[in-house]
Design a protein. Structure first.
Ligand code: HEM
Length: 147
């Protein structure tokens, strides 16, 4: 349908290398909730946002996040096929101390990045289409939480 096309086309229009977009997303995330910085073990030395954002391990995590979103966009016709993977991924995030509520801020940061990158192509319909995809990912990840 039209929603899937909006999501696919907008994701493609970001270009092949999604990491810089992921950095914009996570920079926004840390602005909105600086406490999340402490959940990444790569910036133990002094905990500054710049140190975290420039560490190779952190950029690897950003790349991993973008790959998960890419997998969702590639499987819009059968999102359920990702469910087991996402439940397990949620379990791993529970183990590193992420709270389910934080995924709402991650979603806001994703939309912020899309808005900034897409400009006028970022419409209310596109926003809603992305919210649906992201909502599926979060719902599946959240069901991995044990408490
Ligand atoms: C792994 C933190 C959101 C995808 C990790 C790890 C940490 C972490 C500390 C383990 C170390 C590492 O692999 O770098 C966080 C925090 C988040 C967040 C604090 C936001 C509050 C997300 C989201 C996704 C994601 C939204 C994807 C939709 C992954 C993947 C791994 C990972 C794929 C690797 C899991 C594995 O080793 O099998 N995350 N994460 N993360 N994260 Fe996140």
């Amino acid at each position: 349908g039209k929603d899937k096309e909006l999501v696919r086309e907008s994701w493609e229009s970001l270009g092949k290398n999604k990491v810089p977009h992921g950095v914009v997303m996570f920079t926004r995330l840390f602005e909105l909730d600086p406490n999340l910085l402490s959940l990444f073990p790569y910036n133990m030395k002094n905990g500054s946002m710049q140190d975290c954002l420039s560490s190779p391990e952190f950029l690897e995590h950003v790349a991993k996040v973008m790959l998960v979103i890419d997998a969702a966009v590639s499987n819009l016709d059968d999102l359920n096929s990702l469910e087991d993977y996402l439940i397990n991924l949620g379990r791993k995030h529970e183990a590193v101390g992420v709270k389910i509520q934080s995924f709402a801020v991650v979603g806001e940061s994703l939309l912020y990045m899309l808005q900034r990158s897409l400009g006028p192509a970022y419409t209310a319909a596109l926003r809603q289409a992305w919210l649906n995809v992201y909502g599926f990912v979060v719902a599946a990840m959240s069901s991995g939480w044990r408490e």
